[in-house]
Design a protein around this ligand. Structure first.
Ligand code: NAP
Length: 298
């Protein structure tokens, strides 16, 4: 049996990070501007701390300034909004990232809505969501943007492809559907109320799995030869007590039938961080009326 080719997210991300670093250096030399990303981490959630640390490291490697703000878990909405307001007005800050989830009792929607849309590096502000669906330039969420870059490494032209997205969250499923639609795919969103998700998924030339359910997608969900992007990051406990990271796709079984597939880890994760750097640089340029620094757009 022919096995799927592996979509190497690490290699594709390394190429993008290199291009971002070169563009950041050009921005410094030509315009004396160092792009800056501010991360706001409320409380001490261990997984969020790891994410924010790795994003800060990636910024440093790309020549982007990073600023970290860590209000305590009980800081309260008013203090967080005041911090966001300060960052909106700080000219060293081109991009603001509020690490989710926020502690219980803090309304993430209010915090996101307070970010200047021009600095909304995650692309979650309603203005950027609207621009994405209208096909207007804005800041596009990083994971969906990365998913499209991975798909374009396999498919030169996505027009007319049947694309199925498992999951309809604001941060992955919906924006990914918007980008696939903009690329002229025929798009179906599958969610927890979908009747026979496996049968719908079997129609897909392109399947994006973002349900947060370990190994939910088996070979009976796959049209032979389909391209499968596994967004899931699930930590499962093994029999010996150790923990392992798995995606939403049963990798070994699906690998035997798909045309191309992303691994977990090493697929969507690395390209997401590369797109965060790219968005930061893009925000820095757009705020100053300069052309977009890193092509191609997703
Ligand atoms: P989420 O907000 O929990 O959304 C999950 C979506 O999947 C929901 O729309 C839900 O449907 C749907 N769903 C859940 N169980 C289902 C089932 N059995 N059948 C069909 N649909 C089902 O999750 P998320 O934030 O989008 O994240 C999804 C996964 O991607 C997680 O594992 C997350 O860790 C991972 N992730 C990875 C990256 C990365 O950089 N690699 C970035 C972000 C997220 P309903 O809407 O009906 O509830």
């Amino acid at each position: 049996m022919v096995q799927a080719s592996l979509i190497d997210g690490r290699a594709i991300a390394a190429g993008l990070r290199q291009r971002v670093a070169e563009a950041a250096a050009r921005l410094r030399q030509s315009h004396h501007v160092t792009a800056g990303l501010a991360a706001v981490l409320v409380g001490d959630d261990p997984a969020s701390q790891v994410y924010v640390r790795s994003k800060a490291r990636a910024c440093t490697e790309a020549g982007i300034a990073s600023f970290e703000h860590r209000p305590p878990a009980d800081a309260g909405l008013a203090a967080i909004l005041a911090l966001v307001d300060r960052l909106n007005r700080d000219d060293r800050v081109d991009a603001i990232l509020v690490q989710l989830p926020l502690p219980a009792g803090v309304d993430a929607r209010q915090v996101i809505a307070a970010i200047d849309p021009a600095k909304d590096v995650d692309g979650f502000h309603p203005v950027n969501v609207g621009r994405l669906w209208r096909g207007e330039p804005g800041l596009v969420p990083c994971t969906p943007q990365g998913i499209l870059l991975l798909l374009r490494s396999v498919h030169q032209d996505l027009a007319g492809a049947e694309a199925v997205v498992l999951g309809r969250s604001q941060i992955v499923g919906r924006p990914t559907a918007a980008l696939l639609l903009a690329a002229d795919c025929t798009v179906t969103l599958v969610h927890s109320k979908t009747r026979d998700a496996a049968a719908v998924s079997r129609r897909a030339d392109i399947l994006v799995a973002a349900a947060g359910r370990p190994a939910m997608v088996g070979p009976d969900w796959i049209r032979p030869g389909a391209t499968v992007i596994d967004v899931g990051i699930n930590r499962i406990a093994l029999a010996d007590g150790r923990r392992r990271l798995v995606g939403d796709v049963d990798f070994d079984a699906v690998h035997a039938i798909a045309g191309a597939i992303t691994p977990v880890p090493g697929g969507v994760g690395p390209i997401t961080i590369a797109c965060l750097l790219r968005n930061t640089l893009m925000a820095a340029c757009r705020r100053r009326g300069l052309p977009d620094p890193v092509q191609p757009a997703a």
